[in-house]
Design a protein around this ligand. Structure first.
Ligand code: ADP
Ligand code: TRP
Length: 335
């Protein structure tokens, strides 16, 4: 039927406290799109096995679930689940291994970058795009909202779907990435891309003290390469002189309308203290309601676990149906 909703799937790794870059670049889209699409949001715990202690993996999985509920993800509308509650992913990954070549996987940016940084090239790192293809293809996703850095992985999923379909007959849909240009790269306090790995984040659920500290640490002297490239993009878009200090403005515009902000920055030229105070106020107004919701949700962890279990059951039902088709196609018995 033409008015049936298209299917959306995205995944998040349970890697610790999210920051405003994660929120604006990825998480916010999940909530904004939950009415428009038949949505599936998956906590990708299989993807992070071995990168943290077993206790941390379990607690970070619960924490990231609380984070998503706190920003307004509605488990009535969205199938919100843990990847490991659907063991069919690992079965499908093994089947996909049969249609993917080693040289093809060797071209993955994430793998090459990790190895270049000295990471041990274990099989789970190498086969990451294969497992991620199962996440996307298992649920017939039409669209996959992700940050720019995940685009190649969605292309891998398309290629794997195509290869499987060519070999065994039409089985999987070809997904499209959904990337929001305006927030593709949120800058951190030092002017580089905000990232947990760079220690330059503003946590999404920061308390007042953390917000004040983060704003104080925002660099106000210009000159970093990342800062100027982001500023250049802005200047091209707006065709006007860039308000200073550059990095402070680039962060501030995430919390207040740009036009109003340009005038404020003109009026308070050189008064960095005042500008920082204004940013602190705007950030507190933005973050406090999220933090309060989070605190309320975190009081009842068994309700959160119940939501995940329920989501896992719904996801697994779909996965089992899909696997019946896959098993038939590849010649395995049905169970
Ligand atoms: P980090 O770099 O902090 O470890 P992740 O790799 O866990 O972040 O990213 C999780 C999601 O958030 C991805 O979809 C990624 O594209 C998005 N994301 C991360 N940092 C930013 C940023 N600075 N600006 C926009 N999106 C981001
Ligand atoms: N690889 C993604 C990341 O690092 C997380 C992820 C796992 C994902 N499975 C997915 C994203 C499926 C989109 C679709 O952020």
């Amino acid at each position: 039927m033409s008015d049936e909703k298209k299917i959306l799937l995205s995944g998040v790794k349970p890697t610790g406290r999210p920051h405003i870059g994660n929120y604006l670049g990825a998480m916010k889209q999940f909530v904004d799109l939950q009415d428009k699409y038949a949505s599936h949001i998956m906590i990708a715990d299989f993807h992070d096995l071995g990168s943290q202690t077993p206790d941390d993996l379990r607690s970070n999985t619960l924490e990231i679930a609380i984070d998503h509920l706190a920003i307004g993800l509605d488990p009535e509308k969205v199938v919100f689940f843990r990847q490991s509650d659907v063991p069919e992913h690992t079965e499908l990954a093994w089947i996909f291994n049969g249609v993917v070549t080693v040289p093809y996987l060797q071209r993955a940016h994430a793998y090459k970058d990790a190895v270049a940084k000295g990471k041990e090239p274990i099989m789970t790192l190498f086969a990451y795009p294969v497992l991620m293809a199962t996440d996307i293809l298992m649920y017939d996703a039409d669209v996959v909202p992700v940050g720019q850095d995940q685009k190649q992985h969605v292309e891998y999923a398309r290629d794997i779907a195509q290869k499987f379909n060519n070999t065994y007959g039409d089985t999987f849909k070809l997904p499209e990435p959904l990337i929001l240009e305006s927030v593709a790269t949120v800058p951190g306090t030092d002017g580089q891309k905000m990232s947990k790995s760079y220690n330059n984040t503003i946590p999404l659920f920061a308390n007042d003290e953390e917000i004040e500290k983060a704003v104080m640490s925002i660099v106000t002297d210009s000159g970093t390469e990342a800062e100027s490239s982001l500023a250049m993009k802005y200047v091209e878009r707006q065709s006007q002189e860039f308000p200073r200090p550059v990095n402070l403005f680039l962060i501030h515009r995430l919390f207040r309308g740009e036009n109003e902000l340009v005038s404020l920055y003109k009026e308070n030229r050189k008064n960095y203290k005042k500008l920082k105070e204004m940013l602190t106020g705007d950030m507190k107004a933005f973050i406090t309601p999220f933090r309060e919701r989070r605190e309320a949700i975190a009081k009842d962890t068994s309700a959160v676990l119940h939501i995940l279990k329920n989501g896992g059951e719904r996801a697994r039902e779909k996965a089992q149906l899909k696997m019946r088709d896959v098993r038939t196609k590849v010649g395995l018995p049905l169970h």
